[in-house]
Write a protein of this length. Structure first.
Lengths: 511, 330
């Protein structure tokens, strides 16, 4: 290999057609038989190859407790790709990929299996020219991280040699409180440097989340009103219409606040509330997110400004459904919440006095994620009171999923002779103005891992800051003797959450 | 839904578009641009298919101007709405004196404020400055490969270059250029010479040669192969060739010195993909500008010579002059 670095004469910053193609590398997936792997990771790898973004020397290694040969695994990938890939299946793309597919059977704790893995990778470095660049995707329960990370170290797979890289990708949950998050970070960072640890929060890979930054910082229209002079409160909602399904073992004792608020909702809050970064470099973006998370405070009166619930049995969307406590393998006296609503205050000049309400729940009326900025009422209305009876708030709603887009709500005159005002929507639908098939979040994130591009990955400081916000709330809930308030399935949550907003003079938006 | 309007006017077409959208229940569409396609009856069906599919990625108002035969001035239109595209498609047939004033028909149909792109799948006007429709657009797409003399067509484009022009023979090169650039990312060696193999009369190969010549400052030698399209690029370094060879127009093999040969999917792309790539950017492509203009410099002898050579019927052969230069540079 040539070691002298010279600028590539074929690259030109003005040549914006040329995509960045990842360098040759091996992607090793632990827990490759899982749902995430077959439904998201393998299809995303294929879609990247189909878009010409994977290098000719790319290899995919699966590691799991199955007695499979390489061909068996290739068959599994083939099926997963055919079923779940976003882009059409093309034989020549499959040929390119299948050349580099390998499988290593074995237990996570087995010395032998890791020696085999290390040999397989070394072979690939030779045969595929992957040049010692490896990414390890841990699609396994966090309890197994210490073992895997340790095995990688002892088999020399985590070593950073000059001109090569070794990266590790981990999925949420990043711990279950501040202490465990620190412990997890200690384990991973004892082997991999911080810059080689990629924490995947697939929400951040969504086009609509990235669009928040475009909306705020590429436009003159919104930023002037994006503060406490005009905004009176913000609601961030992530609702699911399904129950816990088969995740009882994971979910009970964890609860939805740990599962969703700590990562997704607090990241959305950070992106909504942060100041403009100096540039979109990872370090700059991270500084701004950390600043705003450090200024965010949990409510002073937990009893007034938090609410939790668990769905009761009943009818949801035309189906008879079980209540949380009747679900399989859930103890009748479980105190785990399936709905959580909290108020967060951000103590800085831009947001002082503007409450941020975060809510999330299962078995709500429909699946929706959105951020709604509610505006103050107009200071003076030159209309008689009866005219403007229906006049509510102006609002900007960023719809993250589904039906991605932006809605602006404002008052308009009802046609006719009288001056009557009605709230109307001005709608921008992402799907209407851009591609029907925008890349999946995992495509973007996997490519960024292979390129070593970190802006979309939270680092441990952000994770710890968000636990610092959430921990006092979780402690307060743990101290309560009663079970979470039951709510009707298919509704918009427990009464307590409505009362919590009414106390501040607001009401929840119906998303 | 297809609505046919015979002996119509622009105002009637506009009114029909509005009415059709209202009755479809979505009066506010997120269309991002107007795409004008100028073609004749023979190119019509492939052009409408490609543009409607590209419209999936870039919802647009697509105006297909078909020049039809007939001496009497007349204007007919078909309005397509909800035909599997998020935008609108209007096929406009102009005859006689109307055909001589196409802008008068098209101008009232442009979407307010948003960009206008024009695409000539076949023959493009020689001078864009005097072409009414070209003047309406901020992006102009031509396709030299549809011409009988592609290199001459490219040179005409270069002489007439206006910011916003692109030729699809340049678009076709993007995957090749991306892989070659990625090869040099990985293997940053000094390139001593370059050989490009392609079918005869391949304007993409002309542009690739010009681009590599300008970036690498070495001569790019052209060789003629059986195709399809571009078949190989070899960049010679001190320790061997960086080679990208694609004999079947589908799957390429990729070789870098000291590394095993590997496969990479490199399909020849159809119009839909080319158009989708073009519609992603509305600003000018300065790299294309420099490359296409360098065809006029005369310091790019390779394409011309190999063209003369192929007349002799020999395949896979370089020009004597270029071969000598390569030898000299070693």
């Amino acid at each position: 290999m040539i070691t002298v670095m010279r600028p590539n004469p074929l690259r030109d910053p003005q040549d914006r057609r040329l995509p960045r193609i990842a360098g040759p590398c091996v992607l090793v997936i632990f827990g490759v038989t899982g749902d995430l792997s077959t439904k998201k990771l393998m299809p995303a790898v294929y879609d990247l190859a189909n878009r010409g973004l994977l290098p000719p020397g790319f290899a995919l290694v699966g590691f799991a407790r199955r007695e499979w040969a390489h061909q068996d695994f290739a068959e599994v990938v083939h099926t997963a790709v055919k079923e779940h890939a976003r882009t059409p299946f093309r034989e020549e793309v499959w040929q390119q990929l299948s050349e580099g597919i390998r499988f290593v059977p074995g237990q996570i704790g087995s010395e032998e299996a890791f020696s085999h893995l290390s040999e397989t990778i070394a072979d690939l470095d030779e045969a595929r020219g992957t040049g010692g660049n490896h990414a390890f995707y841990l699609s396994i329960p966090p309890g197994l991280f210490p073992t895997v990370v340790d095995q990688l170290r002892s088999h020399g797979l985590a070593a950073e040699l000059p001109g090569r890289w070794s990266r590790v990708v981990i999925e949420k949950p990043f711990g279950h409180n501040l202490e465990s998050a620190r412990e997890l970070n200690r384990i991973v960072s004892s082997v991999f440097p911080a810059s080689s640890v990629f924490r995947i929060d697939h929400y951040l890979g969504k086009e609509t989340v990235q669009n928040m930054m475009a909306l705020r910082f590429a436009n003159q229209l919104f930023e002037p009103v994006w503060n406490n002079n005009y905004v009176d409160h913000v609601q961030i909602t992530m609702a699911e219409d399904i129950g816990i399904g088969g995740r009882a073992g994971y979910f009970d004792g964890i609860g939805i606040a740990r599962d969703v608020i700590q990562n997704h909702l607090l990241q959305l809050l950070a992106l909504t509330a942060m100041e403009e970064p100096n540039s979109f470099e990872a370090s700059q973006l991270r500084v701004e997110k950390q600043k705003v998370l450090a200024a965010a405070r949990p409510p002073a009166r937990m009893d007034l400004h938090t609410a939790r619930g668990a769905y009761a049995g009943g009818w949801a969307g035309g189906e008879r459904v079980k209540g949380y406590l009747e679900e399989e393998r859930i103890p009748r006296d479980s105190r785990t919440e399936t709905y959580a609503a909290i108020r967060i205050d951000i103590e800085n000049r831009r947001w002082a006095g503007v409450p941020f309400y975060l809510r999330t729940g299962k078995r709500l009326a429909r699946r929706v994620t959105e951020i709604a900025l509610g505006f103050k009422r107009a200071p003076h209305l030159p209309f008689s009171e009866t005219d403007t009876e229906e006049l509510g708030y102006n609002a900007i709603v960023l719809r993250i999923q589904p039906d991605e887009g932006v809605t602006l709500r404002f008052g308009a005159k009802v046609p006719g002779t009288q001056m009557e005002i009605r709230e109307v929507n001005m709608d921008f639908a992402y799907g209407g103005s851009f591609t029907e098939s925008s890349p999946e979040a995992y495509e973007r994130l996997i490519l960024d891992v292979l390129l070593g591009d970190p802006p979309l990955f939270p680092q441990h400081e952000e994770v710890e800051l968000s636990w610092e916000i959430l921990d006092p709330i979780l402690d307060y809930w743990a101290s309560l003797a009663e079970q979470p308030e039951p709510y009707e399935p298919g509704s918009w949550g427990p009464k307590g959450a409505d009362i919590m907003l009414a106390r501040d003079g607001f009401s929840w938006r119906r998303p | 839904m297809i609505i046919t309007l015979e002996g119509t006017t622009s105002a009637k077409i506009s009114a029909e578009l509005l009415r059709a959208r209202r009755s479809a229940g979505s009066p506010a569409q997120g269309m991002v641009l107007t795409l004008i396609i100028v073609c004749d009856e023979s190119e019509y069906s492939s052009a409408i298919k490609a543009s409607m599919e590209a419209g999936r990625e870039h919802p647009s108002r697509i105006l297909l101007c078909v020049t039809a035969s007939g001496r009497n001035a007349s204007l007919d239109a078909d309005v397509h709405i909800g035909e599997g595209t998020p935008g609108e498609v209007v096929v406009i047939r102009m005859r006689g004196a109307v055909a001589a004033h196409p802008a008068s028909v098209i101008r009232p149909l442009l979407l307010p404020d948003s960009p206008v792109v024009i695409w000539w799948p076949g023959k493009a006007p020689q001078k864009q400055a005097t072409d009414e429709l070209a003047q309406l657009a901020m992006r102009r797409l031509t396709d030299a490969s549809s011409s009988v003399r592609p290199l001459a067509a490219l040179k005409a484009r270069a002489a007439d270059y206006t910011p916003g022009d692109t030729d699809l023979s340049w678009t076709r090169l993007t995957p090749w250029r991306a892989l070659l650039a990625a090869a040099l990312d990985q293997y940053p060696a000094k390139i001593k010479s370059v050989v490009i193999e392609s079918q005869r009369r391949n304007p993409s190969a002309d542009l690739l040669a010009a681009w590599l010549h300008s970036r690498l400052k070495v001569d790019a030698i052209r060789k003629i192969s059986d195709g399809p399209g571009l078949t190989a690029v070899r960049m010679t370094t001190a320790s061997g060739d960086i080679a990208l060879t694609r004999p079947d127009g589908l799957l390429a093999s990729y070789a870098v010195p000291g590394q095993p040969e590997r496969l990479v999917a490199l399909k020849r792309r159809d119009f839909t993909e080319l158009l989708s790539e073009e519609l992603r950017r509305m600003d000018e492509d300065v790299v294309y500008e420099r490359t296409v203009k360098s065809l006029l410099d005369g310091d790019e002898p390779a394409p011309k010579k190999s063209r003369a050579k192929k007349a002799s019927g020999k395949k896979v052969d370089s020009t004597p002059k270029a071969a000598k230069q390569t030898a000299g540079s070693r």
